[in-house]
Ligand binder design. Structure first.
Ligand SMILES: C[S@@+](CC[C@H](N)C(=O)[O-])C[C@H]1O[C@@H](n2cnc3c(N)ncnc32)[C@H](O)[C@@H]1O
Length: 222
């Protein structure tokens, strides 16, 4: 994976045909999306009780002055936007500095080398192509820019949790468009960042959440 994407954010690097991730944008905004967004809102509150501290530590990796801060949020599900606005307002971030766009991580509607940081939490489990999403993150970052990530991932190969993850994954994919058994650290290792720091984090000891308990968190620098 080389430098800036010469095809621009909306072009396919390899062909003129449909791209697999385009499907993630079709027929969005219906009941399923609205329901999922509402469930995620409740789930995120609980999740942040467990891992909020770790998330905050991650964000402290980037120094942001409140003044010049510009945020672009990208999600295929438009029903997420009102919740994102709520969270931004609660964090005291002026809405004039925020653009929430419908799109996918595999084709970011953002210019080459225009961002100081890309934040990706619980998204690489859902994208169609991790390779493409990480290549896009690298494309939009300035040199020295940081990708901050926190993702639930596959348990160690051969463990009971991993066997259960592999069995359950088709249901998870159908229910939540999310994979519980991705070896996301491997995609990060081969994504061409200048440096990468990955830490393993166990989210919870609750057996009901065991399949999404193994996490990685860290920073990749372009
Ligand atoms: C589990 S939620 C995480 C939301 C939020 N990032 C957080 O940490 O609370 C997964 C999010 O990824 C979004 N998503 C799914 N496929 C995506 C894609 N290809 N590109 C970008 N976002 C995607 C979903 O719509 C959903 O909002």
């Amino acid at each position: 994976m080389g430098g800036p994407n010469k095809n621009g954010p909306m072009g396919c690097p390899c062909c003129a045909g449909p791209r697999p991730w385009d499907a993630a944008l079709r027929g969005r905004g219906g009941l399923r999306d609205r329901l999922f967004a509402r469930l995620m809102r409740g789930g995120a509150a609980k999740y942040n009780q467990l891992l909020g501290e770790r998330k905050r530590a991650l964000f402290s990796e980037i120094g942001w002055g409140a003044d010049g801060l510009r945020i672009t949020g990208v999600d295929p599900n438009p029903a997420m936007a009102p919740y994102a606005r709520e969270s931004l307002a609660a964090a005291g971030l002026a809405s004039g500095n925020v653009a929430l766009l419908q799109g996918v991580a595999e084709s970011l509607p953002v210019a080459d080398e225009s961002q100081d940081a890309v934040i990706c939490t619980l998204v690489l489990c859902s994208v169609v192509s991790q390779e493409r999403a990480l290549s896009e993150a690298r494309r939009v970052l300035r040199r020295g820019g940081k990708l901050l990530f926190m993702e639930h991932v596959a348990a160690p190969y051969g463990s009971l949790t991993r066997r259960l993850q592999d069995l359950w994954n088709p249901a998870q994919l159908w229910l939540a468009e999310c994979n519980c058994n991705r070896q996301t650290w491997e995609a990060l290792e081969t994504a061409g960042f200048a440096s990468l720091r990955v830490e393993r984090v166990q989210a919870t000891s609750n057996p009901l959440c065991a399949l999404i308990a193994p996490h990685i968190a860290g920073v990749a620098v372009k």
